[in-house]
Design a protein around this ligand. Structure first.
Ligand SMILES: [Zn+2]
Length: 321
């Protein structure tokens, strides 16, 4: 048998293994309703599986279950009208970035929220960052409601805490050996929220991208609003090597807060935004950052997602006394 056909056989076998969906050994409930698959994992992350899996490159489309943890505010896209960075973890605890995702143009049954599991076909993209994958948007199935916020976000913590690194410095160290471009950690202290004015309008090229209609039925989707500010956190990590950081926040939620509060409070939007994202995130929430690099700047980290369970009552009282 030729080397080529041997290769093909091994490849087919690999593909079969990778597309087989198995019940997670620790799943306690796994049942179908008429519309939604519901499950409840008590021990969701399998580190050994993650290590095994990280060496596998998905050269063809395979089906994966992904817990969505990040959605960034969309940017105009020449090819897809607009696109946002979406990231999450697989059942084996492997970080993934999904692209392209013109989220607002997905049909309603495919339009997932953060902390929902989706099942979809993905394939390694040409983006050199190891977590980056193309997503077959037609294959998206939303599997459950968003994980509950009860018991101080216990369900969400169960998935994220095992992925936590000590600091951005540790994530950087890991990047030197593995090239990772996504990470999760808790800042020691948020010093301030920086709000910087930026362009008030889209450029002509961005507008041309936003008004394309060849891919999707955009009649009902309002044109993406230009938010005329950049939001940044100045913070430090719990690490002797930390010299402090100032990084952009591109989490969809802060942009949405600006859009909502500007309508609701007029000029008072800034006080409201600062109260929520500067005061409360520090004093009332146990705030963590999900960070990622940009394709053209693989060494520069930005905050792509905020994870903010409430501080435990004891800590909260200590802070407020
Ligand atoms: Zn640091």
């Amino acid at each position: 048998m030729s080397l080529q056909s041997n290769f093909a056989r091994v490849y087919l076998r690999l593909e079969k293994i990778m597309t087989t969906t198995e019940l997670h050994p620790f799943c306690s409930i796994y049942l179908y309703t008429s519309r939604t698959l519901v499950y409840n994992c008590t021990n969701p992350i399998d580190y050994h599986a993650s290590e095994r899996r990280s060496s596998v490159i998905r050269t063809t489309y395979v089906r994966e279950d992904i817990l969505v943890l990040v959605k960034t505010y969309p940017n105009p896209s020449k090819k897809y009208i607009e696109s946002s960075c979406t990231a999450g973890v697989t059942r084996s605890g492997e970080w993934l970035r999904l692209h392209p995702l013109p989220f607002r143009f997905l049909v309603s049954e495919k339009r997932f929220q953060k902390y929902q599991w989706i099942r979809t076909r993905i394939k390694k993209s040409t983006d050199p960052r190891p977590e980056s994958h193309y997503i077959d948007i037609d294959s998206i199935e939303v599997l459950n409601e968003s994980l509950s916020t009860e018991n101080d976000w216990a369900q969400r913590r169960a998935f994220l805490e095992p992925l936590r690194k000590r600091s951005l410095e540790r994530i950087n160290d890991e990047q030197d050996s593995t090239n990772i471009s996504l990470g999760f950690f808790q800042p020691k202290r948020i010093e301030s929220l920086i709000i910087e004015p930026t362009a008030k309008k889209w450029t002509d090229a961005q507008l041309t991208a936003l008004y394309q209609q060849q891919f999707f039925d955009t009649d009902k989707t309002p044109v993406l609003e230009k938010v005329p500010f950049d939001f940044k956190y100045k913070y430090t990590c719990d690490d002797p090597k930390c010299k402090g950081h100032t990084q952009s926040i591109v989490d969809w939620e802060i942009y949405q807060s600006w859009r909502k509060w500007r309508k609701q409070y007029g000029d008072g939007w800034e006080a409201k935004l600062r109260h929520r994202y500067e005061y409360e995130m520090q004093q009332r929430n146990d705030t963590h950052f999900i960070v990622g690099t940009m394709r053209d700047h693989p060494k520069s980290w930005i905050i792509i997602g905020l994870f903010y369970p409430p501080l435990a009552k004891k800590e909260r009282q200590g802070v407020l006394l």
